[in-house]
Design a protein around this ligand. Structure first.
Ligand code: ATP
Ligand code: MG
Length: 421
């Protein structure tokens, strides 16, 4: 036998037995975003490397060490997208969409980062993200947060909201000086990564995952104490909106998020049930990015949520929250009944598109087919033999203790199924 081929580490198959949770997540999230007037969009999985380097920032974990980048046959540098915002911004600019008015969009798809695989952290993972272009008021910041809160409620997920303000570009620049001063004074305590960031982007030291730096980072001056008037106003407005929407939050002054493009509002939703990989959704405002990517200055804000982490949180209770499709098992005996079973299946599915029919493929004995029906997860078996067919009847047998077997007239079967399913 030849050697078996395996998938790449950190890039997982979605097995058929697990897929219903994902279909449920996809449709629940899409429906919620559509209700709020967000439109679905899709950008390519691969973009020019520059799209990400420019948007995310050179001195970030993602661009420095997590991207899958290679040269194609033309020598162009391409990258598998590590996140969704850069591509959406590129799309907005390329198609001049913000000129047409406020844009509210969402995407859903795979992202790729070369990280150490562990529970809740993979090299191919999946995000749903929403982005809004053209609104600067904190009302939209609150709407995005409110949408995610509704989602956690629907899914029965317990998550805590942390918010922070990174201020305007100007207030960030003066804070940067102050922060540099602080870390320079404590240079001997910094690790190699942070020393490098001290030169290039000291704010990113606050985002360090090195536990040994925890107390040094806790003692650092806080951006929130250096906000200018406009930024304070924006942050206070957001807090007021959240309070009136009954959304509890914690201000976390250390929250800076792993990407460079944020300003003003940043937020994360954190679950305590996932260990170290507890952030299930992160977002923030990025008013400067559209211009930085070559478009006209356009305020913007968005979030992205990690679907694997959300799936982990709901897998134990998926039976309670996912509506199962009613399922029929069709057993037929004899050539003409076999043919009729296919015809009937077609008619039934046309009339009841929300159900599943398993049409037995074995052409075995009734006993064998019923054995399989009982093993399957079907709710009812439909039995059609030559005799039933000649009498114009079909039998319906409940498989989960919902009453006794009944014989139904063939022409009344759809009506009967509509009543019981
Ligand atoms: P972390 O701090 O956990 O590395 P991040 O700040 O890099 O997260 P974002 O870029 O903000 O993550 O992505 C938004 C969400 O996508 C995260 O909150 C998380 O739920 C999910 N996510 C990010 N990286 C991964 C990954 N490698 N595997 C699975 N999910 C991920
Ligand atoms: Mg990360």
């Amino acid at each position: 036998m030849s050697k078996k081929i395996q998938a790449i580490r950190g890039m997982n198959d979605l097995l058929p037995s697990d897929s219903n949770i994902w279909s449920f997540l996809d449709s629940t999230i899409s429906n919620l975003l559509l209700s709020y007037g967000y439109k679905y969009c899709r950008t390519p999985n691969i973009e020019s490397t520059e799209t990400f380097a420019r948007a995310i920032g050179e001195v970030t974990d993602i661009v420095e060490k997590e991207m899958y980048t290679w040269k194609d046959n033309n020598g162009d540098s391409l990258t598998l997208r590590p996140e969704g915002t850069a591509g959406v911004v590129r799309m907005m600019i390329e198609h001049n969409l913000p000129r047409e008015g406020i844009q509210k969009v969402f995407y859903n798809g795979p992202m790729f980062r070369h990280e150490r695989p562990q529970k809740g952290r993979y090299r191919q993972f999946h995000q749903v993200g929403a982005e809004v272009f053209g609104v600067s008021d904190a009302k939209i910041d609150a709407e995005l947060i409110s949408i995610t809160q509704i989602l956690w409620k629907t899914l029965g997920i317990d998550a805590e909201l942390e918010i922070n303000s990174l201020g305007s570009a100007q207030s960030r620049a003066s804070y940067r000086e102050i922060l540099s001063g602080y870390f320079n004074d404590n240079k001997d305590q910094l690790d190699e990564d942070s020393l490098r960031r001290l030169k290039t982007n000291p704010l990113r030291i606050l985002d360090s995952k090195n536990k040994e730096l925890e107390s040094l980072i806790s003692g650092a001056p806080k951006m929130i104490d250096y906000l200018d008037d406009d930024s304070n106003h924006h942050f206070n407005a957001l807090k007021n909106y959240l309070e009136s929407l009954d959304i509890s939050y914690k201000v976390n002054p250390k929250l800076v998020r792993g990407l460079d493009y944020y300003n003003q509002t940043v937020f994360e939703w954190i679950s305590n049930d996932l260990g170290a990989q507890g952030t299930i959704c992160g977002g923030g405002r990025y008013d400067g990015l559209v211009e930085k990517m070559g478009g006209n200055a356009t305020p913007a804000i968005g979030f992205a949520m990690g679907l694997e982490r959300i799936a982990l949180l709901i897998e134990d209770k998926s039976d309670q929250i996912i509506n199962k499709r009613p399922h029929l098992y069709f057993a037929s005996i004899g050539d003409s009944a076999n043919i009729e079973s296919m015809n009937l299946s077609k008619k039934i599915i046309e009339a009841l598109p929300h159900i599943t029919i398993t049409n037995d493929m074995s052409i075995g004995t009734l006993k064998n087919q019923m054995k399989k029906a009982n093993k399957s997860e079907a709710d009812f078996a439909m039995i059609l033999g030559e005799q039933e067919l000649s009498e114009g009847h079909i039998s319906i047998k409940p498989l989960k203790g919902q009453g006794v077997q009944q014989s139904i007239k063939l022409e009344g079967i759809i009506h009967h199924l509509q009543e019981i399913l």
